[in-house]
Design a protein around this ligand. Structure first.
Ligand SMILES: [Zn+2]
Length: 474
């Protein structure tokens, strides 16, 4: 599984590593108690929910940040929403400048949560932290209040092991509206640029490979979505009268859309790139089970299954405006609109991808059909430069904390705010880690955190911080 990935785990032997591990372990019951207190605050940032609770959650986390005793400044701030005078939800920003040439690390997580959904779908109360077996259940227990607490616990471990006067620069940035589209995120980055500047940015909001195998998320696909309208007639007319002599818009649309894929269902648009990377083993049976692929239907694409999802483009038609079946009459349809949703490979520029798709569609419009493309939305993909020394340091810390080499993970979806981070801080190593595992059910009822994963992820972060701090003095 990790053939492409040279990191091998080493036993913790240095005094520093042992002290960090000891601190994380000893503090674990307290840390989990504090996590439970955060889960009890229903901090949903969506419209229509009580935003006083998001504020209360922010205050609780600001108190935790102050309580570490390592920050010079801890504040709660709101940035403006784009093109509006309205403010976004409260974020916590805690800073401590680096000393003696040490690097600065920015630790990101978010304290808002998804709405709970239907109460009846939960086996335990959504906002009552409940331990069953080796998992802690509750909304936000994993996504992402556990990310918040793993930062707090790692900072405390560093303080316990290295003393309060350590050299490492630290910034804690806990966002308050990630689940509501990170609307004020870009403005926050611009307003607080100098406080947020860092050599490494740890984004603790992703997944691990499984309960026993850590992962560093190194690739995220981007997206291009738009509405395509195909017109062939100025008005509808009787299909019996003129059918067979003039094309209806549905005929033109079906034939045009068909050019987007080849026989195997792979994307066939010139200019959309694929990335060449090794992927962990994942077989067709697993794909069938996870997607509910119907009996007798084959998968599409070529190459490794995860490579198709992580490293190649895909195109889906996700909506169509045309007469409904119930309202169908014997009419040549004059115009059809479809929503086209394109996932683009890591490494591709989103604007260029949008251009390539538009060029393809115009070149393939059958019968000279008139096309219009509007409502375009693009999101940049993300690709980590895994040769960055801080990426190597993060992977080694994971390997040593888990005693298993980490998987370099791709994600077929997007985390849009990461593109904002990359744009603002192109020099920083962006380390996308996380406390989730494939059973965490983030966003769903019965969300949970695996307690062993939490301890190992926290230790990995503590080792990274401790080692970066120590190496700076040498
Ligand atoms: Zn999250």
């Amino acid at each position: 599984m990790n053939a492409h990935n040279g990191t091998s785990p080493a036993t913790l032997t240095s005094a520093l590593d042992i002290a960090l591990a000891e601190s994380v372990k000893t503090a674990l019951p307290t840390t989990l108690g504090e996590l439970g207190d955060l889960v009890r605050i229903p901090s949903v940032a969506w419209d229509g929910f009580d935003h006083a609770l998001v504020q209360r959650s922010a205050e609780a986390i600001a108190d935790l940040a102050r309580g570490t005793g390592v920050f010079e400044n801890v504040s709660i701030s709101h940035a403006r929403l784009p093109d509006s005078d309205e403010l976004g939800q409260p974020a916590i920003l805690a800073t401590r400048p680096a000393k003696n040439g040490a690097p600065t690390v920015l630790l990101y997580a978010h304290h808002d949560v998804q709405p709970p959904g239907a109460e009846a779908d939960w086996d335990t109360p959504a906002y009552e932290p409940t331990v069953i077996g080796d998992r802690l259940y509750g909304r936000g227990a994993a996504d992402d209040k556990a990310g918040v607490m793993s930062h707090i616990a790692a900072i405390r471990a560093l303080r316990d092991a290295a003393g309060e006067d350590f050299d490492l620069g630290l910034t804690l940035f806990i966002e308050g509206e990630e689940e509501f589209g990170s609307r004020s995120f870009a403005n926050f980055l611009v307003q607080h640029r100098s406080e947020l500047a860092a050599d490494a940015i740890v984004v603790a909001d992703s997944n691990n490979w499984d309960e026993l195998t850590p992962a560093l998320t190194v690739a995220l696909r981007g997206n291009v979505t738009f509405r395509l309208t195909v017109r062939t007639l100025d008005h509808a007319s009787h299909s019996g009268m003129f059918g067979g002599a003039v094309p209806d818009a549905m005929l033109a649309t079906v034939r045009l859309l068909d050019t987007l894929w080849d026989e195997q269902g792979s994307v066939a648009v010139a200019g959309l790139i694929s990335r060449d990377a090794q992927t962990p083993a994942y077989d067709e049976a697993q794909l069938r089970a996870e997607t509910g692929l119907s009996e007798g239907v084959s998968p599409i694409g070529t190459g490794s299954i995860l490579g198709r999802i992580w490293d190649k483009p895909s195109i889906s038609i996700t909506g169509i405006d045309a007469p409904s079946v119930q309202n169908a009459s014997n009419t040549l349809i004059p115009a059809v609109s479809v929503r086209v949703s394109v996932r683009i490979a890591p490494g591709q520029d989103a604007e260029q991808a949008a251009e390539a798709i538009a060029t393809h569609l115009r070149a393939h419009a059958p019968y000279g059909a008139q096309l219009s493309i509007d409502d375009v939305d693009t999101g940049s993909p993300f690709l980590v430069d895994t040769s960055h020394p801080l990426v190597a340091a993060a992977k080694q810390a994971m390997a040593d904390a888990w005693q298993v080499a980490p998987v370099e993970l791709g994600i077929g979806g997007s985390i849009p705010f990461i593109a904002d981070l990359v744009r603002e801080f192109p020099e920083a190593a962006i380390l996308v880690t996380g406390v989730e595992d494939p059973h965490s059910r983030a966003h769903s009822p019965n969300e949970s955190l695996h307690l062993g994963v939490f301890e190992r992820s926290t230790l990995a972060e503590a080792l990274l911080l401790g080692r970066l701090n120590e190496s700076a003095g040498k």
